[in-house]
Design a binder for this molecule. Structure first.
Ligand SMILES: *Cc1c(COP(=O)(O)O)cnc(C)c1O
Ligand SMILES: [Zn+2]
Length: 392
């Protein structure tokens, strides 16, 4: 299905993101046991894989199979995730004077968000490891995605979601046959319950960055950005940041492609973190401010309402290394960005997409991003789950 070529994963081992200690790829892993930090997948230095090999490959994220940590392609659980289009929002570009504005439309993934990438990878790996039960805390989209991929894999799914998440996110999980548990609180409270359930029942805890494989699925956005832009990366990438997996993953992909000899190490984009002012732990951390978890509230961009961010140091590192920025936008700005993009471009924009659009305009006003640069917005989810916001 994938290609004519011999395909074997080049994954070599796992390593602790803090101290670098190595772990074998075999067996089931969560956080590193040395530092209780996320584990990262490492790959052999391989010149085997050429970018021209990709031409005949399947039109999904699995075209990068060698750079994904699955041993046997028969274990792939796919619903057609990845290879989402990069679009040119021409009317808005013209209105605001941008020369090179692009959107990668992740809302076109299965279950309407880029969470499908992470779950396609992680549930395929769960199948390979013989796991029968998975549990995940979620603001919404990760739950829908895990439910769908577990249905396809024949794995039992338990989804823990805040009670005030939009109804459609709850319905979606049940429609895909998952067990839904709602919790009074934000996603951190859901995380506590998911850990308890995992401890008591032995279910595999699929929480963001607490296992090493969702990151690997999400990193395929980085490979696609390079391939779809003819290996000339943008100058700037704006990312709506919750747990930050996608941002860390894209940056990881860029470094892997440098090792593969596919891209120029001197032409990496500035990576921009955008969060809601209702819940901005990552922006506060990067700006050296005290993080007041108790003050955080929900956001209409519910994927961004993550008060405790386990990968916060890695996100900071990416922003620093890339000479990027971190910026907050208000709930009003998120809503305005969401409405403007949907109504002007006809691209089904999520509130998270609205947040990066408003974040871009803010950074341009502050003189941090020149309008002539090649700018890529990530619209991480579909607008369809949020069109009821149009009434407000
Ligand atoms: C989960 C989610 C995010 C945040 O993603 P992270 O990689 O965890 O930062 C952004 N947008 C949408 C639509 C999401 O579902
Ligand atoms: Zn360690």
């Amino acid at each position: 299905m994938i290609a004519e070529l011999v395909i074997s994963s080049q994954a070599s081992h796992l390593s602790c993101s803090k101290c670098g200690q190595s772990y074998s790829l075999d067996g089931i892993h969560h956080l590193s046991t040395c530092c209780q930090k996320p584990l990262l997948v490492n790959y052999h230095d391989s010149s085997l894989l050429k970018k021209t090999d990709l031409i005949s490959r399947v039109n999904s994220m699995w075209r990068y199979f060698e750079m994904l940590p699955l041993a046997d392609p028969d274990n792939i659980i796919t619903l057609g995730e990845g290879m989402t289009p990069i679009l040119s929002p021409g009317r808005l570009a013209k209105k605001y004077g941008f020369d090179n504005l692009f959107v990668k439309d992740e809302g076109l993934n299965p279950t309407g968000s880029f969470k499908a990438r992470g779950m396609s990878m992680a549930i395929s790996k769960a199948k390979e490891l013989g796991i029968k039960n998975c549990v995940v805390p979620t603001a919404g989209n990760a739950g829908g995605a895990m439910s769908a991929y577990c249905a396809a894999a024949g794995i039992n799914a338990t989804i823990i979601m805040p009670d005030d998440a939009p109804q459609i996110f709850k319905d979606e999980c049940r429609a895909y046959g998952a067990k839904l548990v709602v919790v009074d609180g934000l996603i951190d409270k859901c995380g506590e319950l998911a850990s308890e359930i995992a401890n008591e029942t032995g279910a595999f805890n699929m929480a963001t960055l607490k296992e090493p494989y969702r990151l690997e699925g999400k990193k395929t956005m980085g490979y696609e950005i390079a391939e779809q832009m003819d290996w000339q990366l943008p100058d700037v990438i704006l990312y709506p940041t919750g747990g930050g997996t996608g941002l860390i993953g894209i940056w990881k992909a860029f470094h892997e492609m440098i090792s593969l000899g596919w891209i120029d190490e001197n032409r990496l984009p500035k990576m921009i973190v955008v969060q809601s002012s209702n819940c901005s732990p990552v922006v506060d951390y990067i700006h050296g401010k005290l993080i007041n978890v108790e003050s955080f509230q929900d956001s209409i961009a519910n994927g961004l309402a993550v008060p405790k961010v386990i990968g916060i140091e890695m996100i900071h590192q990416v922003v620093k290394e890339s000479k990027g920025y971190a910026v907050t936008v208000s709930e009003q700005e998120i809503l305005a960005g969401f409405k403007e993009f949907n109504s002007t471009e006809g691209i089904s924009f999520s509130p998270e997409g609205g947040a990066v659009w408003s974040g871009l305009k803010k950074l341009v006003k502050e003189g941090k991003i020149p309008k002539h640069e090649k700018i890529l917005l990530l619209n991480t989810g579909s607008g369809y789950k949020h069109f009821n916001l149009i009434k407000s």
